[in-house]
Ligand binder design. Structure first.
Ligand code: ATP
Ligand code: MG
Length: 362
């Protein structure tokens, strides 16, 4: 069976280091491993409009920001199709058919959507488009017959919803669609990276992000004012590592050579954690170390972004090309879907003949 990746991001802001460890870094590794037949990376502007209907300008501006972030982390347009969701009308069409396979009660049970509704204070005025975005996500995934979806943990309910739609569709209309598998990071710290304020999730909407495009100075300031252990006041105090955001980020970003390069008096993260727990290790020292580790990762990303920023026309061309490639695949799947659902009246010669016979014999 063909191995296909589909994943994407909402253009509601620039991408941050939570996106990076939760999904982007993995995508680049998978892309470069060369084990996949096709890779589709989607800028989900139509989905972003489901809770930004009154602010299309914000979505529009961020399409190019997300594209720049993609290219800067190493997504390569000759290996991955980078495309824009709204330019593929097959996706909306497919969503309309899938809506008949999902109940309202099922949508209302989605825990990620539930918490997003609370966060956005929609209360009793939830846009229908927002509540149904998991169905549109099922279209995004299935139209490319994606087998693998590398995403953060918050996307688990969406993949489950997609698998249910696939099963329902295939058992009702015939085997057309493919059930996708979620690909979560094996590193626990990367599943849902917390914000710099220690809040549950780093999120564009919560203003607690370190962006991939932040300058060194911005990153330094954010790291130095990060949430640690509120009870670790004196350097000599014993400190807590669990729930300490600096250590969570170190868990997510540390590399084999990080200690040798930036903190050679420790062998590894376990030693550093033990010292912090015992007391005698100050927050400034661990923050400076984290800053160095982050900069190591972010510097090449910034450099590549800077290069692409000099050729914005070229970046739009990359998106246009990726979108054209993606559209071809979407057209093919939609035709198969309509065949299976028997809503292909004009192509179905048998149907026309049978109807004609019926009336002739009357
Ligand atoms: P928004 O607030 O607009 O929803 P977001 O920051 O949640 O933005 P999305 O575009 O919804 O970002 O998510 C894109 C991808 O990044 C998804 O795969 C999601 O699981 C992953 N992701 C987002 N935030 C994090 C995080 N803090 N840690 C790990 N993965 C994340
Ligand atoms: Mg989100």
């Amino acid at each position: 069976m063909r191995k296909v990746i589909l994943t994407g991001d909402r253009p509601t802001g620039r991408l941050h280091i939570g996106h990076y460890v939760g999904s982007l870094r993995r995508r680049v590794e998978l892309q470069n491993a060369g084990e996949f037949d096709d890779i589709f990376i989607m800028i989900a502007d139509a989905q972003a409009l489901t809770d930004n209907a009154d602010n299309p300008e914000k979505v529009r501006e961020n399409v190019i920001e997300v594209a720049l972030d993609y290219l800067s982390v190493g997504l390569d347009p000759s290996k991955s199709n980078l495309f824009v969701q709204s330019a593929i009308s097959e996706l909306t069409e497919l969503t309309f058919y899938y809506m008949n396979l999902v109940t309202l009660a099922r949508l209302e049970r989605n825990p990620t959507v539930k918490s997003e509704i609370q966060m956005r204070k929609f209360e009793n005025s939830i846009p229908v488009g927002f509540l149904t975005y998991p169905i549109s996500q099922a279209s995004d995934i299935t139209v490319f017959k994606a087998t693998h979806v590398p995403v953060g943990e918050d996307q688990e309910p969406m993949i489950e919803q997609t698998r249910e739609i696939v099963r329902k569709f295939n058992s009702t209309y015939g085997e057309v669609l493919v059930e996708p598998k979620i690909m979560l990071s094996e590193n626990k710290a990367c599943l849902r990276l917390p914000g710099t304020d220690g809040k549950a999730k780093m999120s564009k909407s919560l203003n607690n992000c370190i962006y991939l495009s932040d300058t060194s100075e911005e990153v330094r300031k954010k790291v130095m004012s990060m949430f640690t252990d509120p009870n670790h006041i004196q350097i000599s105090d014993p400190g807590q590592v669990e729930g300490n955001t600096v250590f969570t980020y170190l868990d997510a970003f540390i590399k084999e050579d990080s200690f040798e390069k930036y903190l050679p008096e420790y062998k590894n993260l376990d030693e550093l954690k033990d010292h912090y727990r015992r007391g005698g290790l100050g927050d400034v020292k661990i923050k400076k170390f984290l800053f160095a580790v982050l900069e190591d990762e972010l510097n090449p990303i910034r450099e590549r972004r800077h290069q692409y920023e000099q050729d914005i026309e070229g970046v739009y061309k990359i998106l246009e090309q990726g979108t054209n490639n993606a559209r071809k695949v979407a057209e093919k799947t939609l035709a198969e879907v309509k065949d299976a659902m028997k809503i292909n009246y004009f192509d179905d010669k048998e149907l026309i003949k049978a109807q004609a016979e019926k009336y002739k014999n009357q």
